[in-house]
Design a protein around this ligand. Structure first.
Ligand code: ADP
Length: 429
């Protein structure tokens, strides 16, 4: 395997280098010289420290020279080069099962850039490459080819971000690294080219920053309006009873809009925290839908809409959280009343689906939603018409909350809409 062989090779080379140095100095000569010096030194101290000592030192040097090995006779220990020491010294067959299980797109390249192996993930993402073909036969992106070229020539690791627009927009972090597998000529012969898909992380980053920007914007508008009125009442309209009477209800309206928004934001963040915990209670849907209809009666009456329930005779229950499901159906029925008011009627139909499922449809007979908007309705702050939503006291978060709650309930939201005929939101448990 690459890493093991590389480590073995480094160790072997190190030992041989040390051995060569040791031999060159002349191990035998050194040993003998040392013994002679110690004996000579002792005698010199005992008899005549100057003359005798010097004589012994000369003798010791001569003995060292005569008795030691001639460094030129000593050959460094041979570096063991296995017969198959080329790019094939890496047993690719042995490591491919491991590489196949890694969820990064991985190419193993030779020193000239040809593909020795492509793992399963790379094959699925980028398509098959014939073994031995040059990497440029599959990868045409100049940035990717540049880092490969640089790594092959300089032996440096490189990293870039690479994005593809087709068939769908994807972003990859691409790394090219040398991994060794030493050839006879001492060149590093194996390289990895790896693609980490970071599209999802990027999407979440973008969503998060869009969300913060949208939330701030939504709060800033009523806040600015409130400030304006307060400044007017403190300044030019100070003590003006008529102005107060006119402005205060608008100010209350703006403050209520802000608190609705904050409530929805808090609701969303609470749901995110609990997203991974499936609800563990049993909820009977018939009485829950009756409760929703009763709660929305004043709004429906104001909008001159009739909410009609169609419930089966036998009780229908699902695993769920009562309050969260109330929030789901309140949102859907309220939207049906607000946006489909001109239809004059909202139908709420409950059906049991054998063996343990259920389906609730909220159907209005309003203007409907153009098809291009339907896939985006559950995005936070997405509105078909911002002005329409604002005038109807919408925050643009209702359907995002619905989707979050349904995800936690392992339920699906299906939207069917026809312009001019109406809209049907169906929750499938
Ligand atoms: P809002 O607070 O604006 O109502 P929602 O998330 O509940 O936010 O809905 C998002 C958008 O979807 C609304 O602004 C509206 O444009 C559209 N919408 C939702 N329900 C309906 C419906 N029954 N008929 C037509 N349009 C709808």
């Amino acid at each position: 395997m690459t890493v093991a062989r590389l480590a073995e090779r480094i160790l072997e080379d190190g030992l041989n280098a040390g051995r060569g140095l040791w031999s060159r100095i002349g191990r035998a000569r050194l040993m003998l010289g040392a013994v002679t010096l110690i004996a000579g030194g002792a005698l010199a101290l005992a008899v005549d420290p100057v003359a005798v000592g010097f004589g012994w030192l000369v003798l010791a040097g001569a003995a060292l020279y005569a008795a030691g090995d001639d460094p030129r006779d000593i050959k460094p220990a041979p570096v063991a080069l296995p017969a198959e020491d080329s790019r094939n010294d890496v047993d690719l067959d042995a490591i491919t099962p491991f590489l196949d299980e890694i969820d990064l797109g991985i190419y193993v390249l030779s020193a000239n850039g040809s593909v020795l192996f492509q793992n399963r993930s790379a094959g699925t993402t980028f398509g098959a490459v014939p073994q031995g073909a040059h990497i440029s036969a599959r990868m045409r992106a100049p940035g990717v080819l540049d880092i490969v070229r640089d790594t092959l020539t300089s032996g440096r690791s490189n990293q870039i971000e690479y994005s593809e627009r087709l068939p769908s927009e994807r972003v990859y972090l691409v790394r090219s690294v040398p991994v060794g597998g030493v050839t006879r000529a001492g060149e590093a012969a194996l390289y990895l080219l790896m693609f980490r898909d970071i599209s999802e992380a990027r999407r979440i980053d973008r969503m998060r920053s869009d969300f913060v920007a949208n939330a701030s914007h939504e709060l800033r508008t009523p806040l600015a309006s409130l400030r304006g009125y307060i400044e007017t009442l403190q300044g030019p309209a100070k003590g003006d009873a008529k102005a107060q009477e006119r402005f205060l209800p608008i100010m209350l309206d703006q403050a209520t809009r802000m608190s609705r928004l904050v409530d929805d934001l808090l609701s969303l963040s609470r749901l995110e925290v609990r997203a991974h915990l499936p609800p563990d209670k049993v909820v009977e849907l018939g009485p829950l839908l009756e409760h929703v209809r009763d709660a929305l009666l004043p709004l429906a009456r104001d909008l001159e809409v009739e909410v009609v329930l169609d419930l089966p005779d036998e009780p229908v229950s699902v695993n769920g959280d009562h309050d969260e499901l109330v929030e789901v159906f309140e949102n859907l029925v309220e939207n049906g009343c607000k946006y489909g008011a001109e239809g004059g009627r909202v139908d709420v139909v409950l059906r049991a689906i054998k063996p343990r499922g259920a389906e609730v449809s909220v159907i209005d007979h309003g203007p409907g939603i153009p098809a291009e908007h339907v896939p985006r309705l559950t995005e936070r702050f997405y509105r078909v018409s911002v002005a329409d939503s604002r005038s109807k006291k919408g925050t643009g978060l209702g359907l995002a909350i619905v989707k979050h709650i349904l995800t936690r309930h392992r339920a699906r939201l299906v939207v069917r809409s026809e312009v001019g005929k109406g809209t049907e939101f169906t929750v499938r448990f």
